[in-house]
Design a protein around this ligand. Structure first.
Ligand SMILES: Cc1ncc(COP(=O)(O)O)c(C=O)c1O
Length: 414
């Protein structure tokens, strides 16, 4: 450890950290996770529903492809766009799922889908000139943080319980101004689990046709995790492919979060993305790229089994949550998140809001979840919510929800 002298502390006081960095947002899941880890280190028994990643092993044949890549010396830099084999595989895969044809030259590979959020904002807005980006609220917190960090103006689009965690196209139309540059859509959605149905996508496309300057970032990282409503992408609708950045990846479909492979497709922006990759990551992990080729091109039995398991866990958690006093939960159509309304449960135990409820649930009952405020400002009149990631075993789901029910009963007022 550096031993700081008084002189070096004085020198540090003159150094400035940019406002952009000091004010950068974060993913609160990681903040809560640190809280959970501190409790675990004290020997506390915690059941965690915090983290949004599959709890399965990466399929065996995908692991083997990575081992083979290392053994065959495929571990140097690749082109910033990614290896041609993966660009071809991702183009076919994304195109087939959306019923469109995608040219491999329009596909770029990065270290997860997440970097494309930044690259898209960087490639479509200018710093500090009032360019607006519409994003879903509640939503993946990185959207708002990256919009602000890159000097654009965040314009939240409310997702409402009355629409099962999705948005009203009329409200979207009202958000668009001549300064709107980008609309971010996320389906299936984190944190509400909502899947945007085809009729809503068509309404969005109709609205956008009157605003040809608006790009669309279609965050479709959970595209393979739909349980009822079939997955649909706005990119499939007439006139939308040109302006839509399709973002998908390996993390959620093949349990590959730590491998860091995402892919995005757009004809005009691909060359821009490639330059951003060169300027930042150089390239995604060469080894992981070969693993992703095997994931896409190889047998899908593991992905299908994981999907089936998530669907039965969804059914279980929604059924159990709806039996808890003061809790109501709609059936989410996709991803692996449940978004119960806990307004009445908060009232029952005298918690002033969902964040107080979350903290008490963690400290008094040993159940870790996230609160709605971790996904953006609460929507006025829309109640209090918490988020469960049900990427957890059925035993953990049963025990965790039972603990929550007992916690509410124990603390019930009057
Ligand atoms: C909505 C959404 N987009 C993007 C990501 C990032 O995924 P990746 O692991 O591919 O970077 C996540 C991860 O949780 C997510 O929930």
């Amino acid at each position: 450890m550096i031993d700081f002298t008084r002189a070096s502390i004085a020198a540090m006081n003159s150094l400035k950290i940019s406002r952009r960095s000091a004010e950068l947002g974060t993913e609160n899941a990681f903040v809560v996770l640190a809280e959970v880890n501190a409790l675990l280190a004290q020997g506390r028994d915690i059941i965690s529903f915090c983290i949004g990643q599959p709890d399965f092993r990466t399929p065996e044949h995908v692991q083997q492809a990575a081992i083979d890549a290392i053994r065959q010396g495929k571990h140097g830099y690749t082109a910033s766009a990614g290896i041609p084999e993966l660009r071809r595989a991702a183009a076919r895969y994304m195109g087939d799922m959306r019923g469109i044809s995608i040219d491999p030259d329009d596909v770029v590979i990065a270290a997860g889908a997440k970097p494309f959020i930044a690259y898209t904002i960087l490639a479509t807005t200018d710093y500090g000139v009032g360019d607006e980006v519409i994003y879903p609220n509640p939503g993946f917190p990185i959207y708002e943080s990256q919009i602000r960090g890159h000097g654009a103006v965040p314009v939240p689009l409310a997702l409402r319980s009355s629409r099962a965690g999705s948005f009203d196209p009329g409200e979207l139309a009202a958000c668009i101004t001549p300064r709107t540059r980008l609309l971010i859509l996320n389906s299936p959605h984190n944190p509400t689990g909502a899947v945007i149905d085809r009729a809503t996508l068509e309404a969005v496309a109709d609205i956008l046709r009157a605003h040809p300057q608006v790009w669309v970032y279609a965050d479709e990282i959970y595209s393979r995790l739909c349980y009822g409503e079939a997955f649909a992408s706005i990119a499939s609708l007439p006139g939308m492919a040109e302006r839509t950045i399709i973002a998908d990846g390996a993390s959620k479909t093949w349990a590959m979060t730590g491998w860091r492979i995402g892919f995005a497709a757009n004809h005009l922006l691909a060359p821009q993305f490639i330059r951003w990759v060169t300027n930042t990551e150089s390239c995604a992990s060469h080894i992981s790229q070969w693993a992703a080729v095997a994931a896409i091109e190889g047998p899908q039995a593991d992905a299908v089994a994981m999907h089936a398991s998530f669907q039965s866990r969804r059914d279980l958690i929604v059924r159990l949550l709806n039996q808890v006093p003061g809790v109501s939960c709609h059936v989410p159509g996709g991803a692996f998140y449940a978004w119960p309304d806990v307004t009445e449960a908060c009232r029952l135990i005298g918690a002033e809001d969902s964040e107080v409820f979350r903290k008490r649930l963690l400290h008094e009952a040993g159940v870790a979840v996230l609160a709605d405020i971790h996904f953006g400002a609460r929507i006025p009149g829309d109640g209090q919510h918490i988020r469960f990631s049900y990427a957890a075993s059925e035993q953990a789901i049963e025990a965790g929800v039972a603990r929550m029910a007992q916690f509410i009963e124990r603390n019930r007022r009057g």
